[in-house]
Design a protein around this ligand. Structure first.
Ligand SMILES: [Zn+2]
Length: 299
């Protein structure tokens, strides 16, 4: 009798344990990307954001500037408003929850205390598990300074006496850099590589919403294509966008990263991918933890 009572207790304990671990499994993964301009994260991780959102993660994009310098014929508040609206439409295409555009001026972003505190509050309010930023050696000063501001917020997000109006996180999140091609002082490391073939069309649909950038400013300044080549027809220009801006070759280093996460066979036919580098300033995730945070990574 006494034995069966103990057995019943053990069964109850096991049931509760499995319930708890299930409950933990069901907790949403929370992701925040913080960058300089409305369209930065779209280009760098629009496909991954779409996949994460489809898998139930809470994804937020934050542009630290309002993009009010990103045009040859428009500017100021009117352009800022236009770009804020473009960002909202893009967010709908990816299925992410929020796309916040802060009101710092484009081309004038500084990695000062004010911006650092904005970043700390954004990360805390989102209760982020993963924070994505730019590397501080990018070509654009706003990109470099946005990258620095995110680096400066790591660790501090867990310090309660800093920005004490917003509760500190209990632990430092995983901080990742979004991909770039800059080589100095060191090339980007393809630590985590996500195949985005399944979400590439939604990524293009999102970028397509950034009309002021994809079809006006970037081809005018020469970052992508040539302004005279942009087709007028909406479908044709979306096709042009996919070819000019999104269809990038997978480098041997990125292919190696893909093989690590999907296996040789799984990686062989991947056409589109987005890479992430683990920074040294956040939590250092194990391989199992990375697969938990990025559930699309399967061998
Ligand atoms: Zn930018």
């Amino acid at each position: 009798m006494k034995n069966s009572f103990i057995v019943a207790l053990l069964i109850l304990g096991a049931l509760q344990f499995s319930f708890n671990s299930y409950g933990q499994q069901k907790e949403r993964i929370r992701v925040i990307a913080i960058f300089a301009h409305p369209d930065d994260a779209d280009s760098k991780m629009g496909g991954t954001a779409t996949l994460l959102a489809e898998m139930g993660a809470a994804v937020k994009f934050v542009s630290l500037t309002n993009g009010d310098a990103g045009h040859y014929a428009e500017g100021g508040g009117v352009l800022g408003k236009r770009r804020r609206e473009e960002a909202q439409r893009a967010a709908k295409q990816y299925g992410i929850e929020e796309y916040t555009v802060l009101n710092n001026h484009d081309g004038e972003l500084m990695p000062d205390l004010n911006v650092r505190l904005q970043v700390i509050r954004e990360i805390r309010n989102w209760k982020a598990d993963i924070v994505l930023g730019l590397r501080p050696n990018d070509y654009h000063p706003d990109h470099r300074n946005a990258g620095k501001a995110v680096e400066d917020a790591s660790y501090m997000v867990a310090v309660p006496n800093v920005a004490s109006d917003v509760p500190a996180l209990k632990k430092n999140p995983v901080f990742l850099y979004m991909q770039d091609n800059f080589k100095k002082p060191n090339p980007f490391s393809h630590d985590i590589v996500v195949a985005i073939d399944k979400s590439i069309d939604k990524k293009v649909n999102g970028l397509n919403e950034h009309t002021s950038q994809m079809y006006e400013w970037l081809p005018w300044i020469g970052n992508a294509g040539n302004i005279d080549d942009v087709p007028k027809d909406p479908e044709l220009r979306k096709k042009w966008l996919k070819e000019k801006w999104v269809n990038r070759q997978i480098s041997p280093e990125q292919r190696k990263g893909l093989e690590k996460w999907y296996g040789k066979e799984g990686a062989a036919n991947v056409k589109f991918a987005e890479s992430f580098e683990i920074t040294e300033y956040g939590a250092q995730p194990s391989e199992a933890e990375i697969r938990r945070l990025f559930p699309m990574l399967q061998k």
